[in-house]
Design a protein around this ligand. Structure first.
Ligand code: DGL
Length: 259
């Protein structure tokens, strides 16, 4: 591994840009390669075998094509299905995964009630179950799968995004800041921060939204530092790769990251 090499990041599509945004802020001297697997999205409704096979193929590709020095799996669904497999397959590669921010949410909630929105795949995974089990004593978590929401964000269909945010938050009872009400919402899919305005519109200003970009960026810094792989001489450049429509990725990168 060479510290001048880029950090690889992948997601099923544009959701990982919410993590890339935090990584570029935390590590301005690094260069990045962003891989969007939009040609095979959404991952959340596909099942573990498919997502694991894609995650391994992408890790191998990023290593071979770009000689990445570290990998951020900027997708909760892929992390739940495959982070252990990627670590087994690439033992020398520092790998950071993402998981829904239940722990920060448990620390933030005042009512002790938290809603977790994520993909069906993430919520059904053994990894998520063990995270949830470890925090049951600290807060009450209501889990809500959001079929179609990542795809609507991917397609930048704002009307559908708003409709799905309304529908899924309605299914979770009940938001508010009173006793027994849910005052904290975990955005447990990296696409969902890009629907934060739509959630805030439905829920009002008193419900806290929690995402994982910043903690993941800090963890990436720690891991690279521990291995002597931090770079201060890069320019924050991003190389782009996608199995989907380059135009959709380009538009999202410009819209959300100004790139
Ligand atoms: N962005 C992904 C996640 O964090 C998944 C979206 C999807 O492809 O379903 O779970």
């Amino acid at each position: 591994m060479d510290k001048d090499h880029p950090i690889g990041i992948f997601d099923s599509g544009v959701g990982g840009l919410s993590v890339l945004r935090a990584l570029r802020a935390e590590l301005p001297g690094e260069d990045f390669v962003y891989f969007s697997d939009a040609g095979h999205a959404p991952y959340g409704e596909r099942g573990d075998a498919f997502v694991s096979q894609r995650s391994l193929a992408i890790a191998v590709d990023l290593l071979a094509q770009h000689r990445i020095k570290g990998l951020v799996i900027a997708c909760n669904t892929a992390t739940a299905a495959a982070v252990h497999l990627v670590r087994e397959a690439a033992v020398d590669l520092p790998v950071v995964g993402v998981e829904p921010a239940l722990k920060p949410a448990a620390a933030l909630t005042k009512t002790g009630h938290v809603a977790v929105l994520a993909t069906r795949g993430t919520l059904a995974s053994a990894k998520f179950k063990s995270l949830h089990d470890s925090l049951r004593a600290q807060a009450e978590f209501v889990l809500q799968p959001c079929d179609g929401l990542a795809a609507a964000i991917e397609a930048d269909d704002q009307d559908l995004v708003r409709a799905l945010c309304r529908r899924y938050t309605k299914e979770v009872c009940c938001f508010g800041t009173g006793a027994g009400e849910i005052d904290t919402l975990v955005l447990g899919c990296t696409h969902y921060p890009f629907a934060a305005n739509a959630f805030a519109e439905v829920l009002g200003p008193h419900i806290q939204l929690v995402e994982t970009g910043k903690p993941v960026a800090r963890q990436t810094r720690r891991l690279l530092q521990a291995q002597g792989l931090l770079n201060a001489a890069g320019t924050g450049s991003v190389q782009w790769q996608t199995t989907g429509e380059p135009q959709a990725l380009r538009a999202a990168a410009s819209r959300w990251l100004g790139l």
